[in-house]
Design a protein around this ligand. Structure first.
Ligand SMILES: Cc1ncc(COP(=O)(O)O)c(C=O)c1O
Length: 448
């Protein structure tokens, strides 16, 4: 097997000396140099089909011409104004668009930021300010980001907490329904998780002190975990009955990823606060807290200002991104291509016993690899081997939660590219299971 693992070794060695190790999750030694649509190229000119979308950021594909043009035109006119001090047209247009897109009929207002992390911090501050309550609930294995508030909400990796405590106080974690790994039928799993939350509220966390529940409608970095609708219905009811705000954390699931603008729509959720980021700016930093206008009246400046948030260039990128998703039918394409991907993965699962579970929605799928389909024990080694083998064939795939291949291409992907990825996955699974992936390539993949 020819494995392009050593490209740009000189640059990567220099990088090792100057880049903080806390900032890179070790998958492949690739130095990205260009990109178009669902593909990127490295410095050696090798092409990779991007089934990662740079962690669900380039939903419109690499270098979408309309997004690039919008950025260039805006940069030529005005790069920056600080929206904490002065308005600009793009800021207002973008806030109007997002307020309109968020699920639910209540009027919404928007607070901008630069990352999913700061938006989660914003939602946490807003929830406390609006309710006067100090505590929040989040779910085990969720990833909400790396600023202090967001990392306190997260419960996915010790490495993001070790040495950094104490976290923001008042965050309580409960189980999210993982129907593949928790025993019993899906509805029973949903009920048990809701019961666990009710127990917490009855025994140790006074319900009248709880400001909000933060939930990803589909957990992303936890391993693409799709909850039964019954769970989200129950959660929304529990929030409503107790004056708790429901925060839909859609940093990863938003911007068309699941075949709808927001994954909340898949479950009929109408959150009080919606958190968005990642793909909003097609790679330029834009995040947003979108909330019921009445809630937004409960905090004031400078409660959530950032010098460069939604500046003219970022806002132009985001407006063009929304136009592209809308006018090029990318949510419909995500749904259609997602269905093709799902069918292909189901067919692979029928032939490869190492595939324990196929789950997801739209173009956000997880392939859970196991050592044995009966025990469902995670196989980190297989996940590393399959992704290394895919990389050698020009398919860029990473994995989450140790064993779950994350399949999340740009929403502009076409049927031929989906089929190509399925063929590569098929061959790579066979290589991994039959021990044909070189040991050095498997151990080079650190993952997380
Ligand atoms: C669900 C979710 N929330 C928040 C974040 C953090 O976003 P950012 O890296 O832009 O701070 C991520 C990033 O992976 C995410 O997947």
């Amino acid at each position: 097997m020819t494995v392009p693992m050593t490209g740009s070794a000189d640059l990567l060695e220099r990088e090792l000396k100057v880049l903080s190790p806390a900032t890179r999750i070790g998958f492949f030694p690739v130095v990205v140099d260009g990109g178009a649509g669902a593909w990127f190229t490295d410095r050696e000119g090798r092409r990779f089909l991007d089934f990662h979308s740079m962690a669900c950021v380039v939903n419109t594909g690499h270098g979408h011409p309309r997004v690039v043009r919008a950025i260039q035109e805006q940069a030529g006119r005005l790069v920056h104004t600080n929206s904490a001090y002065a308005s600009h047209e793009g800021l207002v247009l973008l806030a109007e668009r997002l307020a309109d897109l968020a699920p639910g009929d209540a009027p919404r207002r928007v607070a901008f930021g630069l990352s999913g992390s700061d938006a989660n911090d914003g939602a946490l501050k807003l929830a406390r300010a609006a309710t006067g309550r100090p505590r929040v609930i989040a779910f085990r294995h969720a990833y909400h980001g790396n600023t202090y508030g967001a990392l306190s909400l997260s419960a996915v990796s010790l490495a993001m907490r070790r040495g950094f405590g104490p976290e923001v106080p008042g965050v309580h974690h409960v189980d999210f329904p993982d129907v593949y790994r928790m025993p019993g039928p899906a509805d029973a799993v949903a009920d048990r998780c809701l019961a666990q939350l009710r127990d917490l509220l009855a025994a140790s966390v006074p319900v009248e002190e709880v400001a909000a529940v933060f939930v990803e409608p589909i957990q992303g970095d936890a391993g693409i975990v799709v909850p039964p609708r019954r769970f989200l219905d129950g959660l929304a009811g529990l929030c409503r009955d107790n004056g708790i705000l429901l925060v839909a954390e859609e940093v990863q699931t938003g911007a068309g990823r699941t075949g709808r603008w927001f994954a909340s729509e898949l479950f009929g959720l109408e959150p009080d606060i919606l958190v968005a980021g990642k793909a909003l700016g097609s790679g330029l930093p834009v995040s947003a807290v979108i909330a019921d206008a009445r809630l937004m009246a409960s905090w004031s400046a400078p409660g959530h200002v950032f010098s460069t948030a939604a500046n003219p260039v970022c806002a132009a990128a985001a407006l063009a991104t929304l136009d592209v998703i809308d006018e090029e039918g990318l949510t419909a394409n995500a749904a259609a291509m997602g269905e093709r991907l799902r069918a292909g993965l189901a067919e692979l699962a029928a032939r490869h016993p190492a595939i324990g579970d196929v789950r997801g929605a739209g173009l956000m799928y997880g392939l859970d690899l196991v050592t044995d389909p009966v025990t469902r024990r995670r196989s980190r080694r297989l996940a590393a081997a399959v992704s290394a083998a895919c990389f050698s064939r020009g398919l860029y795939v990473t994995f989450l939660r140790g064993s779950v291949l994350r399949l999340a291409p740009p929403l502009v992907i076409d049927a031929g590219e989906i089929d190509l990825a399925l063929d590569i996955l098929d061959a790579s699974l066979a290589d991994a299971v039959q021990g044909r992936v070189p040991e050095a390539h498997i151990s080079a993949v650190v993952g997380w």
